[in-house]
Design a protein around this ligand. Structure first.
Ligand code: MD6
Ligand code: FE
Length: 211
């Protein structure tokens, strides 16, 4: 559903079985690439969200080197686990883009985690959309425009909802004001996973970088 500004919203796209299946795949990824606490560039302040990645490239941040994509987990030093086929299939189904996603960022929100208003701009190619998948507790998603001062709207994202950000929304400000603890029983520990699938390079970049 086109909700304007380049934002597309697919409420309840994943049924309960699909959510459980995806969650099991994410848990398997996290068994080899555990969640870590990212630090803000400069200040070194910890983010409240914990992160990991799958796919050939992972988005990371730390105090010294800031926001970037890299091939390896910052704590284990291992390459990121492969992107599960079910996630790649959602990208192929929903994103009109001639190449596969190269990165799936995994964000975990505990009860008090949030994500400030930001734009995703560490990728080379803004013609590719970003696909977001929500699992677990509901979240208040704030959606703005390309300028920080643009008016914002708020959407309550539930487990199984997808959001596609394309066109103007691809470079628009957005964030998570808060989650709604206890609003979903999908995660036994509570909280929320958000997966964002991205293209990092242009469409001609090899999907698997030669070693
Ligand atoms: C979240 N999402 O839903 C945060 N970024 O937890 C994002 O920051 C995001 O949903 C780029 C594209 C879609 C998103
Ligand atoms: Fe984002």
């Amino acid at each position: 559903m086109d909700i304007g500004g380049g934002y597309h919203y697919f409420p309840g796209f994943l049924d309960r079985d699909a959510q459980r299946g995806l969650l099991a795949l994410i848990r398997a990824v996290l068994a080899s690439a555990p969640l870590y606490t990212p630090l803000m560039p400069g200040s070194g302040r910890p983010m409240s969200v914990r992160m990991s990645n799958c796919g050939p490239w992972g988005w990371v941040t730390d105090r010294e080197r800031g926001y970037r994509y890299q091939r390896r987990h910052p704590e284990t030093g291992e390459e990121w686990p492969p992107m599960p086929g079910a996630i790649a299939a959602l990208w192929a189904e929903l994103c009109a883009y001639p190449a596969m996603a190269e990165s799936c960022l995994i964000n975990y929100y505990g009860a008090r985690a949030r994500m400030g208003l930001h734009r995703d701009q560490d990728e080379e190619d803004f013609s590719a959309p970003i696909l977001s998948i929500s699992l677990g507790d509901e979240a208040l998603f704030r959606m703005g425009g390309p300028a920080r001062k643009d008016p914002t709207r708020s959407l309550r994202l539930a487990s199984g909802d997808l959001v596609l950000m394309t066109g103007a929304a691809r470079s628009s400000y957005h964030g998570i004001d808060r989650i709604v603890p206890g609003s979903s029983a999908l995660l036994e520990e509570g909280g929320r996973f958000n997966l964002t699938c991205r293209r990092v390079h242009g469409p001609d970049w090899p999907h698997e970088v030669p070693r």
